[in-house]
Design a protein around this ligand. Structure first.
Ligand code: SF4
Length: 375
């Protein structure tokens, strides 16, 4: 705990013990890097400062505010749970892990994190970081078995300090204003300290044992490396950037994904193109986009500026460019024709896929900072 008080990163959700704010942060942090969460979290909290404001929002507004974080089902379930809590529980989040676990989108880890950090319940949080620290401290091999998971859970629980904090944690109440050093929540702070140790010192491939506050207790001290990650797959992909002028406005062609799609339903994206349709054409942009263990190597073709890779005179290049644009537009698969010409000034208020947002920002079709949310 002494180490944590000195070394905890200053993260926006650590400046509060409001259950709603902690809940949103924990859901965003599932499978997402802390750095990516911080910016979206602040904007999300500006738009939905209370649980009631989230419950009253439309799903579209919530998806827009979530845009760029990925795994959009988390946002939908968070929204559903907020509506349930407002409708059925007078707007109050349950205070125990067991009850929290019954809400949409709140699994065992998230329930334990909210219950301990926001309400002081003595329940251990076991995420990937905590699991790694426990296995290295004890020297037990990493195995994907029920017995191994039970062992880690029991060890993490045994390490928890006894006694519930005296703080009465209620929405909007700050934790004393100075983060972890002034908290009186032993279980919540211990859980955060364990996760912080795993995230910043006991790193998967290069643990910093010389800086570790528990190295005297550790049985492995750097010899117990994490198992190799699942190999990354590579997949090529292509999409179309088609812009047009309508008076003073610029419009971009977007496709809305089917509402029953298994991945990113109802989100807007640049129309995907079949790879065979773009063979021999020079893309306007090449970009890598990682989703879980797949690296998508995406080529973006501009309908206005695409020309075959081997260019000749300006006039002939112009002709070929126009012809290429026609080919590209015609190559959008006919099954996917939920196409919309959208003003570029409206882009920030649409639920865009992460890749589309990245491309539009990189090509300066859309501003990089500040998501303008619908009022
Ligand atoms: S001593 Fe090294 S391996 Fe052991 S807990 Fe600390 S950082 Fe991890």
């Amino acid at each position: 705990m002494a180490w944590y008080r000195e070394n905890a990163r200053a993260l926006p959700w650590r400046e509060t013990c409001g259950p709603y704010r902690i809940w949103v942060a924990e859901v965003m942090l599932q499978q997402t890097r802390v750095a990516a969460v911080v910016e979206t979290y602040n904007e999300f909290m500006r738009r939905f400062p209370t649980l009631v404001s989230l419950a009253l929002a439309t799903e579209l507004e919530v998806l827009v505010a979530w845009s760029g974080l990925g795994y959009y089902n988390r946002a939908r379930l968070l929204h559903k749970a907020a509506q349930f809590i407002v409708g059925e529980r007078k707007g109050r989040l349950p205070a125990t892990a067991a009850e929290l676990h019954t809400l949409p989108g709140i699994g065992e880890y998230t329930a334990a994190a909210i219950a301990s950090i926001a309400f002081g319940e003595g329940v251990a949080v076991v995420d990937g970081n905590v699991e790694r620290v426990v296995l290295r401290l004890t020297g037990r091999a990493s195995e994907n078995t029920a017995a191994a998971r039970g062992f880690v859970r029991a060890q993490a629980q045994a390490l928890l300090p006894q006694g519930r904090g005296t703080a009465s944690r209620r929405e909007g109440q700050s934790g004393g204003g100075a983060g972890p050093s002034h908290s009186d929540n032993p279980a919540g702070d211990h859980n955060q300290a364990m996760m912080e140790l795993g995230a910043t010192v006991c790193l998967p491939r290069a643990p910093r044992c010389s800086e570790c506050p528990v190295r005297e207790l550790c049985r492995t001290r750097g010899e117990h490396l994490a198992p190799a990650r699942a190999p990354q797959r590579s997949q090529p992909a292509a999409c179309l950037l088609d812009l047009r002028k309508r008076g003073p406005a610029t419009e971009v062609l977007l496709e809305r994904r089917p509402s029953d799609a298994s991945v990113m339903p109802a989100m807007y994206e640049l129309p995907p193109l079949p790879l065979e349709a773009v063979e021999g054409l020079e893309p306007a942009l090449r970009i890598r986009h990682a989703i879980t263990n797949t690296n998508f190597y995406v080529q973006v073709f501009s309908a206005r500026h695409t020309a075959p890779a081997s260019s000749g005179s300006r006039a002939s290049t112009g002709k070929r460019s126009g012809a290429a644009a026609q080919v590209l537009r015609g190559a959008i698969p006919s099954v996917a024709h939920d196409l919309h010409w959208t003003r570029t000034t409206r882009l920030a208020s649409l639920p865009l896929t992460g890749l589309t947002r990245k491309v539009l920002q990189r090509l300066k079709v859309m501003e990089k900072h500040r998501v303008a949310l619908p009022e």
